[in-house]
Write a protein that binds this ligand. Structure first.
Ligand code: F6P
Ligand code: MN
Length: 309
């Protein structure tokens, strides 16, 4: 039985970081409570052209306003906004995907909130400089996944306390199982590159089971528990894939590395990619080290053949 909380896991961190994570934990609970109340859609579109649900807008406003007001952050950037917001005199910069997978709401499938936290960094920032990252998964139970320098801690919102004290954990860092058993790859199959097709065939032959629900946090969580491979790949008509480097690929890439896995763009580690702009997209391949490296070899081999042409 878990006897510790996310607050305990953060005991050795600065008080201000503990406060920030606790605030985020509280806000995640407010978002969950709001979901059944707001199932309609607005007419708005975000800067990427996705249709926003009311909850995207609402969650974004809730998170950004509370963070700016907290006195803990100097900048907040979100997938739902064109530009970062400036906070007052805080030491952290926060990147957010307020409601990842929001198209799953109407079918009552998985959604979540992704957060990356930097110390003294200007946004957009390099994933390697993340101080910690986390996601809250709104499923049959609410899970908080937190990666710090110490590792990845899985927790469940089942305690009586508030903020991060509500999230119960064993306190043992979680590692990806050595042998992966599931995989998921986004995008239309007919738009996959030959390397992605080839790799999916290999995974099937090795009996990894396909798990894909169209929610990054939900699908990724299966790989974090069971080991395997998850990707939103480069597509023939979208070479940079779909995920935003700042708001999705970096925070989840950081969690993957801290759990002993790898996060790659196909050519290099996601976390080492120099950001060019806040809305940048990047092909994203995550999971067990052996699998991600094997896929990278396929991509690098193909690009060498093109160069040698
Ligand atoms: O944030 C984008 C997102 O909603 C992810 O949560 C999810 O992995 C992806 O889009 C699903 O995309 P598609 O509908 O193309 O499979
Ligand atoms: Mn998302």
């Amino acid at each position: 039985m878990p006897t510790r909380t996310l607050a305990d896991v953060l005991q050795s961190e600065d008080k201000s970081l503990r406060k920030l994570v606790s605030l985020l934990a509280d806000l995640s609970m407010q978002i969950v409570a709001e979901i059944p109340r707001a199932l309609g859609t607005t007419e708005g579109t975000n800067i990427y052209g996705d249709r926003q649900t009311e909850l995207d807008v609402w969650s974004n406003e809730l998170l950004t306003k509370k963070l700016v007001k907290s006195g803990l952050v100097s900048q907040v950037a979100s997938e739902e906004m064109d530009e970062p917001l400036e906070g007052s005199h805080g030491e952290y910069s926060v990147v957010l995907d307020p409601l990842d997978g929001s198209s799953n709401i109407k079918t009552d499938n998985l959604v979540g909130t992704i957060v990356g936290i930097f110390h003294d960094e200007k946004l957009p920032a390099k994933g390697r400089n993340l101080l910690c990252s986390l996601y809250f998964l709104y499923g049959p139970y609410i899970q908080g996944t937190l990666a710090t320098r110490e590792g990845v801690f899985l927790s469940v919102a089942a305690g009586k306390g508030a903020g991060s004290e509500r999230f119960l954990t064993s306190g043992e860092p979680h590692r990806l199982p050595e042998k992966g058993s599931v995989y998921g790859i986004g995008g239309l199959r007919e738009k996959w590159t030959p390397q992605v097709r080839e790799f999916a065939d290999r995974l099937e032959k090795r009996k990894l089971k396909l798990r894909y629900g169209g929610s990054f946090v939900g699908d990724y969580n299966q790989v974090l528990y069971n080991g395997g491979f998850f990707s939103y790949p480069a597509l023939l008509d979208a070479p940079n894939g779909k995920y935003r480097l700042q708001f999705e690929s970096n925070p989840i890439g950081f969690i993957t590395e801290k759990a002993g896995g790898r996060a790659s763009t196909g050519m290099q580690n996601v976390l080492d990619l120099e950001p060019t702009d806040i809305a940048q997209r990047v092909p994203t391949y995550l999971g067990n080290r052996d699998l991600v490296s094997e896929f990278e070899d396929l991509v690098k081999g193909a690009s060498q053949r093109i160069v040698q042409g």
